[in-house]
Write a protein that binds this ligand. Structure first.
Ligand code: GLU
Ligand code: ZN
Length: 478
């Protein structure tokens, strides 16, 4: 088999969406798995909506996710330029070829004319498609319009009564009939090619062997096949991957929460966690294990295991995956990763006043509660706010049975107070007083934090140290 070459071809009309990221990822994985190449091409023929900022943001998002490509917009390569608006001369050559071979023709119809035609067809309950009326314009008729300065669009002449077949690697055999398509525009009157035309020329010239893209483009495929055939170009393989739905089984949209990759990055989801999560949107590994490193996913990936049915974006699952990745980080790594989020906390300065070993201990103490990095902002509050006892805690403290424990705690607080020593000290209080562990832990926890539940108590005591703990106990006694 020839070397595989795939491409991701975003339109820079917005930030990189979850769906786009998933398409890019599947292409990347397929290239990696097969030892092929990936191309990043920018499809910016929608001049009104395309923006350079979006293009840059897409590139940044893809790199952040851990993707790389052999050819493309920022890497260059032998088949550039990789931005469609810089390839207009190339498209023009192919347009001329189609015109010369009578496979395309200029269309002078105005918007109004076309709209009137559309309305008539709608009213008659017929299939809405272009009538083909400019197909038969004579050379004189064309000359007259050209002399009037009217700029035509170029339409592709759809062959009559032909079948077009895609053996889609995900969806199986799909058959289209050309009679369902009217002659469609390949170059707009401003000289800019349409998506269906430019995509075929680029995929062909760039040597793309497999087109892995979203299912919504399946309906564009017959038009693209017609162009491949008309130009005598080799047709690549197609793999249309299913839609991503929200949990309500509706197409993913802003309603479902964050939809762009950058939003997840900002919330503090880890790139490897998202990589892992996105890979499971429509693909599944053979084994049970779902937490997989990028290289494990690449090794296991195959288009055969890409599902035909829609994928559901399950935020709970993403959160769970992210937590698994957070759990695996070294605490020094986690500490440096939470820095930007700490800066947003009102307790940032107090946190920084602690020496590094205590900062690391704080991070360790709250790590398990962290779903994404931004959670640090609320999670560190407990170390710095005054312990206002909530109802449950107040009730427990009101029994007053813990006074003795508090006295012994104050009197016996150990010189060395790392978490291990605190743990041993609390154990001793339990033993000396012939109590159950919870009779020591709960009153202390309630008095020190104001809450019945929370992070590891010996850790918190160790972080605060003797003075702060005693201050908190006295406060609670009042
Ligand atoms: N520019 C198209 C899009 O962003 C690419 C479609 C394709 O992959 O062919 O949807
Ligand atoms: Zn026309």
């Amino acid at each position: 088999m020839n070397k595989v070459k795939v491409r991701f071809a975003p339109s820079p009309t917005g930030p990189l969406h979850i769906g786009g990221a998933r398409s890019a990822l599947f292409n990347y994985l397929y290239a990696l798995k097969t030892g092929g190449d990936l191309v990043l091409r920018i499809e910016d023929t929608d001049l009104e909506r395309s923006r350079r900022e979006y293009e840059e943001e897409i590139v940044t998002s893809l790199r952040w996710l851990g993707l790389s490509w052999q050819e493309g917009i920022d890497t260059g390569g032998a088949n550039g330029p990789y931005r469609q608006t810089e390839r207009l001369d190339t498209y023009r050559r192919y347009t001329e070829q189609l015109l010369a071979e009578d496979k395309a023709y200029p269309c002078y119809c105005s918007e109004e004319e076309l709209e009137a035609e559309r309305q008539e067809l709608l009213a008659a309950g017929e299939l809405v498609r272009y009538s083909g009326k400019c197909r038969t314009l004579s050379a004189e008729e064309i000359a007259v319009r050209a002399a009037q300065g009217i700029k035509p669009a170029i339409r592709f002449q759809v062959p009559d009564s032909k079948e077009f077949v895609v053996d889609d690697l995900v969806r199986g055999r799909v058959v289209f009939h050309s009679d369902n398509e009217g002659d469609f525009i390949i170059v707009k009157s401003d000289g800019i090619p349409t998506y269906n035309f430019a995509v075929v020329i680029d995929d062909s010239l760039m040597g793309i062997t497999h087109i892995v893209r979203a299912e919504e483009h399946l309906s564009n495929t017959p038009r693209q096949l017609m162009i491949y055939q008309a130009l005598g170009l080799a047709i690549p393989q197609f793999a249309h991957i299913s839609l991503i739905l929200g949990e309500d089984r509706q197409k993913m949209s802003k309603r479902h929460g964050a939809t762009s990759l950058i939003q997840y990055r900002e919330m503090g989801y880890l790139p490897d966690a998202l990589f892992n999560f996105l890979s499971l949107l429509g693909w599944s590994p053979e084994g049970e294990e779902e937490i997989l490193k990028p290289e494990e996913i690449a090794a296991a990936f195959s288009l055969e295991r890409v599902s035909k049915s829609p994928a559901v974006f399950n935020l709970e699952k993403l959160n769970w995956i992210n937590q698994q990745y957070i759990k695996k980080l070294e605490s020094t790594e986690l500490l440096s990763m939470v820095q930007p989020y700490l800066a947003a906390s009102e307790h940032c300065q107090e946190f920084e006043a602690y020496d590094r070993s205590k900062q690391l201990l704080i991070i360790e103490t709250i790590r398990d509660q962290m779903v994404c990095l931004k959670d640090i902002k609320q999670l560190i509050d407990i170390f710095f706010i005054e312990a206002e006892a909530d109802d449950e805690a107040r009730e427990l403290l009101a029994t007053g049975s813990a006074e003795g424990v508090f006295d012994q705690f104050a009197a016996g607080y150990p010189e060395a107070d790392a978490p291990g020593e605190i743990k041993a000290f609390l154990k001793k209080l339990v033993k000396d007083n012939k109590l159950k562990p919870k009779d020591v832990y709960m009153p202390l926890r309630c008095a020190l934090t104001g809450q019945m539940h929370g992070p590891d108590l010996p850790n918190m005591i160790s972080i605060w140290g003797r003075d702060e703990c005693l201050r908190r106990l006295n406060q609670a006694r009042k």
